[in-house]
Design a binder for this molecule. Structure first.
Ligand code: ADP
Ligand code: ZN
Length: 209
């Protein structure tokens, strides 16, 4: 199954992707994560990528697409994958179409007010990638899985959040129109498991087609 996951920053995309990875045995390809790796490398390109990410604006297509293409060429993508954070623009969707055929697109929807609330209190584990929230019960500031102190992403600060949501808003309708019948829409206003239930049914049906 070759899947695309659409959804604004903080919509619950990453969390949903993890459930899909577990049940359907396909890798999650996050262009945000792949680009953060490039940024960490310290090369000139890395520095440039880091600046885009910090502001919350899109990294240029030629960089993003190259990184994604290299990742898609790896063996573990043979039986499918779930794209988390790509495509974000119509142009990116068209580029993607030149190298793979997407089977289905899951679009997560959530009110922007709620998204902002979730993002400002989001915290990440630098060691294992676990995501937590200062508002959640039992929050200690340390990772629930590996105990490492959590941190706040630079782009989870108010100004960058605003930019990221605006970029999303500008691009989502053309993307939804581009994928047409392939799109399955869900709301993530409820708990992660409530959000995942209909998606799981949808994917099971798709798998048996
Ligand atoms: P979020 O979805 O929470 O904004 P991501 O980790 O997916 O976070 O992305 C963080 C940043 O990485 C984006 O703001 C952007 O700078 C860059 N990025 C990720 N995916 C893409 C993409 N498909 N095209 C261009 N830039 C991207
Ligand atoms: Zn951890």
């Amino acid at each position: 199954m070759k899947l695309v996951l659409l959804g604004a920053a903080g919509s619950g995309k990453g969390t949903l992707a993890k459930s899909i990875v577990k049940d359907f045995n396909i890798p999650q390809l996050s262009t945000g994560d792949l680009l953060r790796e490039v940024a960490k490398s310290g090369s000139d390109l890395g520095k440039e990528v880091g600046q885009y990410q910090q502001k919350g604006v899109l990294v240029p297509d030629e960089v993003t697409f190259k990184v994604l293409k290299e990742r898609l060429a790896k063996d573990d993508c043979k039986n499918g994958f779930i794209l988390d954070g790509y495509p974000r623009t119509l142009n990116q969707a068209k580029l993607l179409e030149t190298i793979v055929d997407i089977d289905a697109v899951i679009s997560i929807e959530l009110e922007f007010d709620e998204i902002v609330k979730r993002l400002v209190s989001r915290r990440n584990c630098p060691n294992c990638g676990e995501i937590d929230n200062t508002e959640h019960e039992g929050y200690t500031g340390n990772c629930r899985k590996c105990k490492t102190p959590l941190f706040q992403r630079d782009d989870d600060k108010p100004e960058a959040i605003k930019t990221r949501l605006e970029v999303y808003k500008q691009n989502i309708t053309p993307l939804i129109n581009f994928y047409g019948d392939k799109v399955f829409k869900i709301s993530s206003a409820n708990s992660p498991s409530e959000t995942y239930k209909p998606v799981k049914l949808f994917l099971e049906r798709l798998q048996n087609e």
